[in-house]
Design a protein around this ligand. Structure first.
Ligand code: GDP
Ligand code: MN
Length: 392
């Protein structure tokens, strides 16, 4: 689960980090008021107006603007609120801006990249840092891989002094200097926040060295391990429903695991492994799956109907492939669910069904007798061929 920059900064502010003060604004007048409250315009103080959408690359797309006065903050906010921000991460459809963060301007001396991630392979917290901040880290990784320094933190031991020293030297903050102390404090704060909230990613780009020779967090991207959200109800409350895929939310209500994808073949499968194999075989046959969907082992007629509803909500779907292995779940139950759903929702696209396992004969008979235009498949590859043909 992702949250906005302003929310992440609010959470981080409890960890002794230096973060420019800021205020949330939902209207141009609020943005003007916020800038005034932050002292913008007095003694040449600047403020920065930042679009709050779940995406990086806002700066280059016009979603981050420096302003010199509260009046200018208002003018900028008028343009930004309601605009469709298209960044290199949003896709061509962009993201609509509803909220702005107005923050105190910062005099930047140098920008750094800093990130913490979960390294599943080594079961540690991975640290990535670079003196080449501000720009896309993907670009740095490609052109100057030597400029990215990495380290790992064993969560059972915690952040160790030698790791702090290694990073401090690599980033040019030195050892024993006031700056090195500031960096150590920042690093500890970030790692503590990462662990405390069960983050799966915490990216600060840029982490900056200010002209006053201090280290500050200027941007923040924070995401959480959904499996640990039950420990943090206050984090769950930060979810912005405007940013989430509505289909994924619907699915979670019915206990379905659904992930929206780019293709046009809707998949309804039981079991995560079979669901992945189904996506693979669709791709291998030349098609593109529109989603991952695991209805789980305990699916009933109601959940199958809901699953169909969610798949059909995706306007890109040009055909559906149902691939069920009836183990605990019986094929006749699934068949009844398919028929009920197809009758209730109307089948506007071709449907290919492959059933195997417990009560498969009864299931097939139910589908045949339904009078619905269902293509039956004898195997997984037969099903994949049929659905790929059908959507062509
Ligand atoms: P992103 O483009 O979505 O990653 O948004 P950022 O918050 O990282 O802002 C983009 C860029 O705007 C940063 O890399 C900085 O160069 C610049 N920027 C952001 N805040 C300030 C600020 O307070 N003062 C100055 N001078 N530049 C800023
Ligand atoms: Mn950034």
């Amino acid at each position: 689960m992702n949250i906005h920059e302003y929310q992440a900064k609010e959470l981080l502010s409890r960890f002794g980090l230096s973060i420019p003060r800021g205020k949330l604004a939902c209207t141009p007048t609020e943005a003007e008021w916020a800038a005034r409250k932050l002292g913008c315009g007095k003694d040449g103080k600047i403020a920065v107006v930042k679009a709050q959408v779940h995406s990086g690359g806002r700066g280059k797309a016009g979603g981050v603007k420096l302003v010199k006065s509260p009046e200018e903050a208002k003018v900028v906010a008028e343009k930004m609120i309601g605009m469709n921000l298209v960044t290199n991460q949003t896709g061509p459809q962009g993201k609509k801006v509803h909220k702005l963060l107005v923050a105190e301007g910062c005099d930047i001396e140098k920008e750094y990249y800093f990130a913490l991630v979960v390294n599943r392979e080594t079961a540690t917290i991975g640290v990535m840092a670079s003196t080449e901040g501000g720009m896309d880290i993907e670009e740095v990784a490609e052109k100057h891989p030597e400029k990215i320094v990495t380290a790992s933190i064993d969560p059972t031991i915690g952040l160790q002094e030698f790791t702090i020293r290694k990073l401090s030297i690599a980033l040019g903050f030195g050892l024993g200097t006031p700056l090195a102390k500031d960096f150590a404090k920042t690093l500890r704060g970030l790692v503590n926040a990462f662990v405390a909230y069960n983050c799966d990613m915490l990216e600060i780009n840029p982490l900056v060295l200010t002209k006053q020779n201090t280290i500050a967090v200027l941007d923040c991207k924070m995401s959480f391990d959904e499996n640990a959200l039950f420990r943090h109800p206050e984090i769950s409350d930060l979810r912005d429903y405007e940013e989430d895929d509505i289909k994924e939310l619907e699915a979670s209500k019915y206990g379905l695991s659904y992930v929206s994808l780019e293709g046009n073949i809707g998949c309804l499968v039981n079991g995560a492994g079979l669901a992945m194999a189904t996506m693979d075989i669709i791709k291998q046959t030349g098609g593109e799956p529109a989603n991952f969907l695991d209805v789980g082992g305990g699916a009933n007629q109601e959940t199958v109907t809901q699953a169909f509803r969610i798949i059909l909500r995706d306007k890109a779907v040009k055909g559906i492939f149902v691939n069920i292995f009836g183990g605990i779940m019986k094929c006749d139950v699934i068949a009844n669910g398919i028929v009920a759903a197809a009758k209730e929702l109307g089948l506007r696209v071709p449907l290919v069904v492959r059933l195997e396992g417990t009560n498969v004969e009864i299931g097939k008979r139910i589908l045949n007798d339904s009078g619905l235009n269902i293509l039956s498949a004898s195997s997984m590859s037969d099903g994949a061929n049929k659905i790929v043909q059908a959507v062509r």
